[in-house]
Design a protein around this ligand. Structure first.
Ligand code: NDP
Ligand code: 8X3
Length: 247
């Protein structure tokens, strides 16, 4: 029987690429996001797909969407907690408080809401796999990124803690931690549709498919193998802040 993977934040970037590669590997796919038209067109292009629309910050929307899941989509074998964002790039004292709320509510609380719903059925079945999308920002703190880094440090802590709490139930928990990937991430962060031209100038960033590939690797290991974390950087990136940029 085909396994089902649920990918949050699959209307764009890493989530969209992950849904595609997991579908290519034979998974049935549930995708989530807020943008309905994108959800529909992405789902239509996949062989066996169900789309759930909700704002992950709103636990009532999340609950309602899961309650409405058709019976034959209710068993989720692999959960990829990917939905997330950075908002703003300024020193802490200049940040907008609304940006803090958005990052904390999405990257930490949204991930928790979805996990709280999906984990109990994995526990009942004594099987399942949760892959959290963290970041180099979960390993290091950098200037002008305090709250984003804090949310991804939280994702790292939650990944380790879930691995302990779910260990008695045969559930794999791991994370993938990307460096710079060209998606809509910088457009959202800088609130500038032209942001990618500046942010990724002078070096080759990762593609969303590079991360999707790693997630697919994690999701297709034999039952006794759990990949705890994969840190993936562009060759031009040495750590959170050191880049080999040409011109
Ligand atoms: P994108 O902006 O391209 O994609 C973000 C996805 O998250 C979209 O599908 C978006 O869907 C969804 N999302 C955001 N907010 C919400 C919300 N409130 N409710 C529901 N869905 C939401 O960025 P990436 O693909 O780059 O980001 C994916 C993950 O990867 C994030 O967790 C990010 O922190 C992480 N990451 C990204 C890196 C990068 O350099 N790009 C590096 C390291 C980690 P919609 O807008 O339709 O709701
Ligand atoms: C996204 C990568 O370096 O902008 O998590 O924080 S970075």
């Amino acid at each position: 029987m085909k396994k089902t993977a649920l990918v949050t934040g699959a209307t764009s970037g890493i989530g969209k690429a992950t849904a595609k590669i997991l579908a290519d590997k034979g998974f049935r796919i549930i995708i989530t996001g807020r943008r309905k038209a994108r959800l529909q067109s992405i789902c239509q292009a996949l062989p066996d797909c169900y789309a759930m629309q909700f704002d992950i910050r709103d636990r009532h929307q999340v609950d309602a969407a899961f309650k409405a899941l058709p019976l034959d989509w209710q068993q989720i074998d692999v959960l990829i907690n990917n939905a997330g964002l950075a908002a703003g790039l300024e020193p802490l004292h200049e940040n907008l408080i609304d940006d803090w709320e958005q990052m904390i509510d999405t990257n930490i609380k949204g991930l928790l809401y979805v996990t709280k719903i999906v984990a109990p059925q994995m526990i009942n079945r004594q099987a399942g796999h949760i892959i959290n999308v963290s970041s180099i920002a979960g390993k290091e703190a950098y200037a002008k990124g305090a709250v984003y880094c804090a949310t991804k440090h939280a994702v790292e802590a939650l990944t380790k803690a879930m691995r302990i709490d779910f260990n008695p139930y045969n559930i794999k928990v791991g994370s993938v931690s990307p460096g710079a990937v060209e998606t809509e991430f910088s457009i959202v962060r800088l609130k500038d549709p032209e942001a990618n031209k500046k942010v990724y100038a002078g070096y080759t960033p990762l593609k969303p498919e590079d991360i999707a590939d790693a997630v697919a690797y994690m999701a297709t290991r034999p039952p006794h193998v759990n990949i705890a974390d994969i840190l993936i950087l562009p060759t031009a990136q040495a750590n959170a802040t050191v880049f080999n940029k040409k011109n």
